[in-house]
Design a protein around this ligand. Structure first.
Ligand code: 9WN
Length: 411
């Protein structure tokens, strides 16, 4: 009991420590800016003790929304040389210096959860956020669909940077003209826990291409060799659209077209079912090839409101295989690496989304996912991610989103 109280306090302290006034950084040193989905999780964490601060987090994020509706994945409020690639490399064209890509759209869902805790002030904030969320979701619908599933155009967009799902599309990029650059991430954490130089050359090459094309979506659609229909984006957008529709109806706002978009996404989500491996999977939008990967994003189907017996079998299997699930990559695959970022480790934030979906659908595995997450944090603290085989801490420490997961769900 005492331990739990201490962890509550520690989690609140982490949020306060990473608060830069209106926005929260993921962790000091490694990630000194505002990240899109990290911020939405931070808002949910703040809502457990300070709803006004939670709304401010989302509003600051949306102050960086581009004219075309996109909400960038990093907002560079104040330059910091400790992170690469910074604002000058990205050349984002929004109102505040930013990256040129987006991240999983979970903000509408987090806003709804915050609204449910804050009915009095919440209505005013929701009314302000609603049209902005609507424009962001419409941007996805306009630019990112492949057979109704939502595509990523850079591995960083899905927030799962080096997952094996990108291996084949990444191999087609020739980054020989990428030039010299200095990575900063490996100065903060051990390189064995990070993506490799092979990955980084391609990440930076894609950024340079986007910048050259001034982040024009039509031009990127024509030129970008990396375009993958992804379960993270598809399931999170489907869920976000359902929440937006519910909020809009509740507040009597214009929800015209959202129900139709939900239908498109529902059909799109089904196109990500790979019958060969019997799992939701990523599909290369250029070649049509499957990634053939069971990842933690495959388990977001319940979060998106979709039941799946096949996916339940997969979840049971991977949870039986490692003690501290949900692993980001299949522990029976030869590409599984328990400490290398999105190639195996367990991420508390993904578990939160997976767990919420399972709980809402009264799934028998729901409690198992929550308890695994709670145990990880109790045993190894608020680290960025964890080794699913022994539960040890990995990556950055004092991490905002892990603290938010503790306060809002796992603790
Ligand atoms: C690139 C901040 C972000 C998360 C991502 C995670 C990692 C960045 C990086 O850190 O990505 O966006 O430099 O590695 O993969 O999910 O939002 O915590």
């Amino acid at each position: 009991m005492t331990k739990t109280i201490d962890l509550d306090e520690q989690a609140r302290d982490i949020l306060k420590m990473n608060d830069r006034g209106g926005y929260t950084i993921p962790t000091k040193g490694l990630y000194p800016y505002q990240w899109n989905w990290d911020s939405a999780f931070a808002a949910l964490g703040f809502a457990q003790f300070n709803c006004a601060r939670a709304w401010a987090e989302l509003e600051t994020l949306f102050s960086a929304q581009w004219a075309d509706g996109m909400v960038p994945h990093i907002v560079f409020h104040k330059a910091d040389p400790g992170y690469y690639p910074g604002p000058d490399v990205w050349g984002g064209t929004g109102p505040i210096p930013s990256s040129g890509i987006t991240q999983p759209p979970i903000a509408a869902t987090m806003a709804r959860l915050i609204f449910e805790k804050d009915q009095s002030l919440g209505e005013e904030h929701m009314r302000t956020l609603f049209p902005k969320l609507r424009r962001w979701h419409s941007w996805f619908m306009q630019w990112r669909l492949d057979q109704g599933a939502v595509c990523v155009t850079h591995p960083w967009e899905a927030g799962r940077d080096n997952t094996p799902e990108w291996d084949a599309p990444m191999a087609r990029i020739d980054p020989t003209d990428v030039g010299e650059y200095v990575r900063r991430d490996t100065q903060h954490v051990d390189g064995s826990m990070r993506p490799t130089k092979y990955d980084y050359d391609r990440y930076i090459w894609l950024v340079q291409m986007g910048r050259r094309l001034h982040w024009d979506q039509q031009k990127l659609l024509d030129e970008n060799p990396f375009r993958v229909a992804d379960p993270t984006m598809t399931f999170t957008l489907l869920r976000a659209q359902r929440d937006l529709l519910a909020m809009g109806q509740m507040l009597g706002l214009d929800v015209d077209g959202i129900a139709e978009e939900i239908e498109i996404l529902e059909q799109g989500a089904q196109t990500l079912w790979n019958p060969e491996i019997e799992s939701f999977d990523a599909r290369d939008a250029h070649s049509g090839e499957w990634a053939n990967c069971v990842s933690n994003a495959s388990f977001l189907c319940w979060y998106a409101g979709l039941d799946s017996e096949g996916q339940t079998k997969q979840l049971q299997r991977v949870l039986d295989k490692v003690q501290y699930g949900v692993p980001s990559h299949d522990p029976e695959s030869d590409k599984f690496d328990g400490r290398r970022y999105w190639r195996g480790p367990t991420w508390a934030v993904m578990n939160l989304l997976i767990g919420l979906g399972l709980e809402e659908r009264n799934h028998p595995l729901a409690e198992r996912v929550r308890i695994a997450t709670k145990t990880l944090i109790e045993e190894s603290g608020f680290s960025e991610y964890f080794d699913p085989t022994d539960g040890s801490a990995a990556g950055g420490q004092g991490f905002t989103w892990t603290a938010a997961v503790w306060l809002s769900w796992a603790g």
